[in-house]
Design a protein around this ligand. Sequence first.
Ligand code: C5P
Length: 303
Amino acid sequence: MASRSNAVSVLAPAKVNLSLHVTGQRDDGYHLLDSLVAFAPVHDRLDISHGNTLSLTVEGPEGAGVPADMDNLVLKAAAMFADDRGAAITLTKNLPSASGIGGGSADAAAIVRGLMVFWGLAKDWDDPELADAVGQKLAALGADIPMCLLNRPARVSGIGDEIEYISPLGPIPAILINPRVEVSTPAVFRALKSKTNPPMPETLPAFKGVQDFVPWLTDQRNDLQEPALALAPEIGKVLNALEAEPDCMLARMSGSGATCFGIFPNKDSCYAATERLYTDHPDWWVAGGFLGDQFELSLPKVS
Ligand code: C5P
């Protein structure tokens, strides 16, 4: 077992649903999903240092309005594993809240990764069995949290809590855009007309890069896109802006929105489009980078 550390920093990358098929609904109202998930190199950050009790400070460009009390998933997740241990946690928010890229879920997963190292309960996180055990506990706080524990591309099913890690997909050059409207996940699910839609093909092909992957992905869907568009028409403006980029291969919404992603054939075309969209829409949140490989910076940095 690892010894205690003086300080631990851990990153919580954005989760992108490249596809999201809603295949059914359980008796308790939760929906059954079949979704391909990858992580983006844009992230929140959690810094952990000594504290007698658990405490949270929230800062960063997207920190305004984010609770620093027990309403925050970070403290709820930390409390699940704390027993009588303490920690002073600073959360730097770079990801917009309630935006379909799992910001709160990624933060909850990341703080547990970080605290397990900080408290000497785990040495590192490259262990799917440990992630599975921890994920089963964290699923009680949110269906999306377990898939954020290892930041690896995965096919998720069940209500989002059954995770099958897949071979790296990428790198996939992509832009993420949020039009700065918050969308309520339950409202989007409620507005979904058909609750039983076809899953993805049972077997995922072995992809040989973005040229190979995108035609296959184009045949998949995000079933929540249509109901989210009806609730937040700004999503349509983002999809149109991405599709108007000459090199954009596919534009789609992530999760229950409102963040959308656009996939590009290479880094140069992706970065050029990122710069244009960022300049033309100063009111939007815009980030460019590569999806698909394991997010390299996800392991806690110990000092
Ligand atoms: O699990 P989480 O708290 O993230 O989900 C938020 C809400 O989204 C749930 O209360 C539920 O209304 C809806 N949801 C769903 N089916 C899922 C995941 C979430 O209906 N698989």
